[in-house]
Design a protein around this ligand. Structure first.
Ligand code: GLC
Length: 655
């Protein structure tokens, strides 16, 4: 598949297959793209008076189970598309019954008006009328803001009620659902993702975009609620973006690269017509121009989750989806100069998307890479064309799990070994293969690691171990069984033993400890956003809750997740769902944290749902696979000239 020269994907064009948008549009689009190069995405864009556009949020299909009373809100997603007010009718999840029946009636009328027909022009005039009506109402009342403040839940109040699915739901959960709904982004009238944050008090920068990594907890919450279509749309639309040409100063990164984020923009086609386009950011606009290595890995992980939670495996079997999957895998599995099976990446290539000294082989990327490979192993269709790829996946899984289990693991025993390391060993069977100088062991570490716990270190390079504890990589190693069962158990033991440091007032620390003084100056480049115990540098990120919950359920430590979720439930709504918290124990809302951060509230919702139905969590985790451990593809074992270093490893890697 060749990349198309166009940068933007438009949902509106001349070709016949999508003269207008339709819920099944993404499928049609993808099918078409897979069979032809250089095609413009087609669809239907509503035309509005001035810049006012109308769309119909998925009220009838989405959230219909939550309440049947239609109400209105200003869609922030759409608002930010072109900076104008856009209205829509939805089923609101308000905590308090609304009093105004006049408004309800008006909205019902709007809903009727917004029902799509095949005749876009007739519809246009009707919509304009109602839209103008709605605009004055919004200007006068600021309804969204009122709803928000009304919905504030006072601390500690979480009286559960039964929702339409027969499940208990607290006020806080209902508030989170409402906010998640408000974060929806539509493209050609179809929901395709959620904005990163919905905070009108701050400059949006790129927080008004749909980030691939941020959408994962939203996607899981939707899937667990049975709202599958939005996730399918997201997977298919981002698939289109993957093959698009992207350049930074005339250089094009690999074809399988998934963007960090995308935005729905409107384009003036002619005097009257406005067309919606998808505008991806592959890092060419991102602060620091960081490459989003994790996006493709998350995409694969989500594709598997979609199959597992919906039972619809036809999506992953589609030719275009298989092609996209292979493109990501090929990009990751390409030979380079590397000596290790771990992925070599630049700084800031994942959730930590600023300079934080995580270039090289950061654990987060390795854990996601491993999870993506395990997902792919279940999904790649095996035939003559893919058999080499399948072999490569298996070999890489085996080598990667050995590498991480053996060289990244740290507990008291291992620390003592490192403490006594000999250095400058030149031989095939050196003990200290990476030439780590024992002086590198930081003082804080010696007293920090508990007797019964351990963790996977943040990074490993020649003469360098990054001893910081990174939460996402460790949690995801548990979830994917990258760690051994014993290691996985020890990681949770450590989190429990170090609860004050890693959970404190708000789950969970992104990394521990913070870089301070000279280290901060040199490693972050004096980044004022990443000052000690803030943001990526030791801040606390509530979005990590869902990954923690998955890990706890998998390891039979549900009570840990329950405690963390309870902490979050008490504070998040009071603090307006911030992006992150600052200070050693996560006491303050982050200095520059966005409020109404979508992955904060979606992560909370997903956690609650996993706890209610732990079997769904189990479906997303991976168990130990002995086959992976047995595969040793190295040439040494065949030639008999020298012994395979893996066989010689004296460590605890197998169990
Ligand atoms: C920040 C985070 C990144 C996230 C983005 C959008 O840049 O570091 O992980 O994806 O915000 O929320």
């Amino acid at each position: 598949m060749k990349p198309s020269p166009r940068m933007l994907i438009s949902c509106k064009n001349s070709s016949s297959f999508l003269a207008r948008c339709h819920p099944t549009a993404p499928r049609a689009m993808s099918n078409n793209l897979s069979s032809t190069n250089n095609i413009r995405m087609l669809g239907f864009a509503r035309i509005m008076n001035g810049n006012h556009r109308a769309f119909r949020l998925p009220s009838s299909r989405y959230f219909s189970h939550l309440t049947s009373r239609p109400q209105t809100f200003r869609s922030p997603a759409a608002t930010r598309i072109n900076g104008d007010v856009t209205t829509a009718t939805v089923n609101e999840l308000g905590l308090k019954p609304r009093k105004s029946s006049v408004n309800d009636k008006k909205n019902l009328e709007i809903e009727k008006v917004y029902i799509k027909t095949d005749n876009g022009i007739d519809e246009k005039q009707l919509v304009v009328e109602k839209s103008a009506d709605k605009e004055s109402e919004l200007e006068a009342g600021g309804e969204e803001d009122n709803a928000r403040s009304e919905n504030k839940v006072s601390e500690g109040v979480a009286a559960p009620i039964i929702n339409n699915n027969g499940e208990e739901e607290t006020d806080v959960e209902r508030e989170a659902w409402k906010l998640l709904q408000e974060a929806l982004v539509t493209y050609c009238d179809t929901p395709v993702g959620t904005v990163a944050a919905n905070d009108s008090s701050e400059e949006s920068l790129n927080y008004d975009q749909v980030f691939i990594r941020d959408f994962i907890p939203s996607a899981l919450a939707f899937l667990l609620k049975g709202e599958n279509e939005i996730v399918k749309n997201f997977l298919l639309h981002t698939l289109q973006l993957q093959s698009w040409e992207k350049t930074v100063d005339c250089y094009s990164p690999g074809q399988g690269l998934m963007p960090a984020s995308f935005k729905v923009k409107t384009m003036q086609v002619d005097e009257e017509k406005v067309e919606e386009v998808l505008d991806p950011d592959f890092g060419e606009s991102a602060i620091g121009r960081v490459a989003p290595v994790d996006s493709g890995l998350w995409w694969i992980i989500l594709l598997r989750a979609y199959g597992k939670l919906t039972g619809d495996y036809s999506l992953q079997e589609r030719v275009d989806v298989q092609t996209g999957l292979e493109m990501i895998l090929n990009l990751c599995l390409t030979d380079g100069f590397d000596m290790f099976p771990s992925l070599l990446v630049t700084d800031g290539s994942c959730m930590i998307d600023r300079r934080m000294g995580i270039h090289g082989h950061p654990l987060e990327i390795q854990a996601l890479f491993y999870s993506a490979l395990r997902s792919a192993r279940e999904m790649v269709k095996v035939d003559d064309g893919s058999k080499n790829l399948v072999r490569e996946i298996n070999n890489r899984l085996s080598a990667l799990s050995f590498h991480i289990r053996e060289y990244y693991w740290l507990d008291m025993k291992k620390m003592n070994e490192i403490y006594r390391y000999k250095t400058e060993e030149y031989s095939l069977d050196a003990t200290n293969k990476f030439n780590i100088y024992p002086e590198q062991i930081p003082l804080w570490l010696m007293d920090w690691v508990p007797q019964e716990g351990g963790y996977l270190i943040g990074n490993l390079q020649p003469a360098h171990m990054d001893f910081r504890f990174f939460m996402l990589g460790n949690l995801w190693s548990i979830v994917s069984s990258l760690g051994t069962p014993k290691q996985n158990k020890s990681i949770l033991n450590l989190i429990e033993a170090k609860w004050d440091d890693l959970v404190g007032h708000m789950p969970l620390k992104i990394c521990y400890p913070a870089l301070e003084s000279e280290e901060w100056r040199i490693i972050t480049g004096s980044d004022p956003k990443n000052t000690p115990w803030s943001y990526h540098n030791g801040g606390s990120w509530p979005t990590l809750l869902w990954q923690f919950t998955l890990a706890c359920i998998k390891m039979g430590r549900t009570e840990l997740a329950e405690d963390a979720v309870a902490l979050a439930e008490k504070r998040l709504p009071v603090d307006s769902w911030p992006e992150y918290y600052d200070t050693r124990t996560g006491k303050f809302i982050g200095k520059q944290a966005r409020l109404y951060q979508t992955w904060t509230l979606a992560g909370f919702l997903a956690s609650k749902m996993f706890l209610k139905n732990p079997e769904t969590a189990a479906m997303l985790c991976w168990e130990e696979d002995l086959e992976i451990l047995e595969t040793c593809a190295c040439a040494l074992s065949k030639s008999g000239r020298a012994k395979c270093s893996r066989d010689a490893a004296k460590s605890q890697i197998l169990v």
